[in-house]
Design a binder for this molecule. Structure first.
Ligand code: EPU
Length: 414
């Protein structure tokens, strides 16, 4: 990739990764044929499909849709190879236990963000009556008498723990109340999918979710919401490179706080009938940023924002409130490109420089990889991002879409 002039044109975002992965898991809950529309071509979706197929589900790609046939013969087990490839695989635990009364799921290990426990998933399911045993690296869950509704109060608003308990509660007997639930739009999308299947969920997208258990669910068709993090990536791209672009399929109401923050930095953003319009005519101003659960600034936006601050005018302090300092690892790569950033525990102090310098850098994870690509747009000379396969876990042809906006970016072979 080479340095760029201003971007222009229009780009379409795909369906939300963190929505479709859970919706795919939820198809385990009722037999029949599903059609999921607006499903991105990304590696994490492939992994979830491989997991469903390993359990006995048929999944066929049809353009931007997936046709899922869930028959009667299901093996409720998620093996190590697939959970190790993608820790979000653990979201099958709730649907499997609720539907089959037994499930075996490999325990996810640490990852590039450091320790990410699933104790809240298990505690929540235990409160619905499940019992767990950990042996040989697998979690074996049992609910021989079925699950029973309960009041669950999460210590932290975890996205996947909320989704795990939500899916299980749909088939539990009686009423479940989930308090301090995570509020991400992807959770509301999962609940919309489940309600269309016949579930009775109220309040998804707020911190209190009420679920009335039902006996029967049916297979349906559903269109997945747009990926707000992919949309944020293009907003950040126009922020670093300048120009004027349209992002089709993006929804301002899913990214209020971020739009506000980018507005403070000097990026102009408006809603259009089909998405968002954004324009940056001069160098952006630095701001301070703290990540928080939704509706706060998502931790997934942070690498993109650090790339923006790296070339903004002034000093910005970035505070990571969800994960440990491991989520700052990409910063060393930005420093190799000439960024002036100091980290101290959960904080990063980013002193903007006017131009970066192209270098060979390495993507540590999906969002970090995207941030390095953005940095390459304002770096003199050539930037090569190694281990770009991380980016493909969550982006469908990031290089191609940036090229559509006039950027000079190529995907090289691994
Ligand atoms: N936490 C616990 N105990 C638990 C679960 C979580 O203490 O049992 C803590 C975590 O340590 C963390 C906080 O709760 O401090 C939030 O973590 P959360 O559980 O919400 O993360 P997650 O559900 O594992 C999802 C997204 C991530 C995104 C986070 C935070 C999916 C598949 N993943 O992960 O997205 O960063 O929420 O918003 O939905 C990505 O898209 O690349 C990605 C990593």
């Amino acid at each position: 990739m080479r340095p760029n002039g201003p971007l222009s044109g229009s780009v379409r975002i795909g369906g939300a990764k963190n929505s479709v992965l859970k919706i795919l898991a939820a198809t385990l809950m009722a037999q029949g044929d599903y059609r999921l529309v607006n499903v991105p071509h990304i590696a994490d979706v492939e992994t979830m499909c491989d997991l469903l197929v390993s359990m006995g589900v048929d999944v066929v790609r049809d353009g931007e849709s997936l046709v899922v046939h869930r028959g009667s013969d299901i093996v409720p087990e998620a093996p190590y190879e697939l959970v190790e490839r993608m820790r979000a695989s653990v979201v099958v635990l709730g649907p499997l236990l609720a539907s089959f009364g037994w499930a075996k799921v490999s325990m996810p290990g640490g990852d590039d963000f450091g320790s990410r426990p699933i104790d809240d998933h298990l505690l929540g399911l235990e409160q619905l009556g499940a019992e767990f045993e950990l042996s040989h690296g697998d979690i074996e869950g049992r609910a021989p008498r079925g699950l029973t509704g309960s009041r669950i109060l999460f210590e932290v608003p975890s996205v996947t723990a909320t989704e795990t308990v939500l899916m299980a509660a749909v088939r539990a007997k009686g009423q479940t109340t989930i308090e301090n639930a995570a509020r991400e739009p992807e959770i509301a999308d999962l609940a919309a999918f489940l309600n269309r299947m016949g579930a009775r969920i109220i309040g998804a997208g707020t911190s209190t979710i009420e679920v009335e258990g039902v006996d029967e669910l049916t297979a349906i068709e559903h269109e997945v919401i747009g990926d707000r993090i992919e949309a944020a990536t293009f907003l950040a791209a126009v922020g670093v490179a300048g120009g004027e672009i349209e992002i089709e399929g993006a929804r301002a109401d899913h990214m209020d706080m971020l739009i506000h923050k980018l507005g403070d930095m000097g990026l102009r953003i408006s809603s259009t009938s089909s998405g968002l319009w954004a324009s940056a005519s001069r160098r952006l101003r630095s701001v301070d940023i703290a990540t928080l659960p939704y509706p706060g600034i998502a931790t997934d936006y942070k690498p993109l924002l650090v790339a923006l601050l790296a070339v903004a005018d002034g000093v910005g302090i970035v505070t990571e409130n969800l994960y440990g300092a491991n989520r700052f690892r990409y910063i060393n790569e930005l420093i190799r490109m000439g960024a002036d950033i100091r980290t101290e525990g959960h904080h990063a102090v980013v002193r903007g420089v006017s131009r970066l310098s192209g270098a060979r850098v390495k993507a540590a994870d999906l969002r970090a990889g995207a941030a390095l690509v953005l940095a390459g747009l304002v770096a003199d000379g050539e930037t090569v991002v190694d281990e770009a396969f991380h980016i493909e876990r969550g982006y469908d042809d990031l290089a191609g879409k940036l090229r559509q906006l006039g950027a000079d970016v190529q995907r090289l072979r691994d």
